[in-house]
Structure formats: C-alpha cells, structure tokens
Design a protein around this ligand. Sequence first.
Ligand code: GTP
Length: 185
Amino acid sequence: VVIKPSMRRSVRILLVGDRGVGKTSLILSLVSEEFPEDVPSKAEEITIPADVTPEQVPTHIVDYSGINQINESLCEEIQRAHVICVVYSVDDMDTLDRVTTRWLPFIRECAMDGRCPIILVGNKVDLVDYSTIDAVYAIMEDFPEVESCIECSAKTLKNISEMFYYAQKAVLHPTLPLYVIDQQD
Ligand code: GTP
C-alpha cells in the first residue's frame, strides 16, 4: 500500500552547495527578478505568499552559507526542509564532484531514515556552451532521492522560476512513494 503524503500547507526549500556556486544569487534573482550585483553571504529566510506560487502554497526559501554556518546547524536545517536544492556551478566541475562526494552523502546522514527529495541545480549556464546534464543523469541513478535536475542562470534569470517550481512539485507531487507499508502478513 502506498500512502500519498497529505497535501502540505507550506513548502520549505533549502539551498545547499559549495561556496560561490550562486545560492544566494539564485534566491535574490527569483525574488527581485533581476541579478543582484552585490550579494550578502546569506539571504534572509524568505516567504513567498501562496497566490504568487505556481502551486498556490506558501513557500519558505532558506539559504545556506558556507562561510559562517557550522555543520550542526546545517544538519538541523536539512531535517526541517521539505525539499533540498543541491547547487553546483556548471563552469566548475569540482563543485559537481562534491555533489556526490560531500552533499548527497551528508544529506543522507542528516536526514537519517526520512527521505527528503532533492533537486540538482547547475547554476551559471551563461558562462559555458556545454551541458552537464549527462553527468547528472548518472548521479541520479546512484541517488534515487534526486527527483529532478535543471540547469539555470541567476545572472540571465534562465530557468530560475522553473527551478523553484520543480522544488515545489517534488514536495507536493513526489514521483517516489514516501512510505511503503508491507502488507504481506
Ligand atoms: P556562499 O555564500 O559563499 O556559500 O556563496 P553562494 O553560493 O551564496 O554564491 P553567491 O550567490 O554569493 O555568488 C557567488 C558569485 O557568483 C558572485 O560573484 C555572483 O555574482 C556569481 N554568480 C552567481 N550566480 C551567477 C550566474 O548565474 N552567472 C554568473 N556569471 N555569475 C553568477
């Protein structure tokens, strides 16, 4: 028997990833619809009212800063999140490597047995003329908690609203069952 999650009344999205991949810029670009030239190290928690979100659900967006946030508080944020966007920069393959060597294992560890859907976000597509999606599909085979992936640019705003829509959708319409109850006995 597959139990569908009851409709959530809010969605909490957390962005994590290596330093400098553009997490704060993505959030500020979404909110202001323009690329911020000066970004703080961490955006304040933002709440987007239901009526301006595609799924009509109030959405909280939480930034993570590699500079002054320790692992312990990051773990707490991971446990509070309904969906996590793991951000890398398409122009820096080290940041993509760290998706599999650090971020996805760390999220598994913190989330313990609770499964949290993940969106892989390749930012800064304005800087390159190739795609990293093939490498990402390979990652998705090893980490089924990754619901979907998207390449975008905080600078040109390409796929920014799509990215947050995917995140909302992963919470409200997950493709994998969150709980499977075995009814054999
Ligand atoms: P930490 O707070 O250190 O974890 O970094 P962050 O992931 O929040 O990155 P931040 O938003 O501070 O951006 C880092 C740098 O990348 C800044 O100089 C941004 O202007 C730049 N940047 C962010 N997004 C893009 C993008 O889509 N394209 C380009 N060309 N530059 C970007």
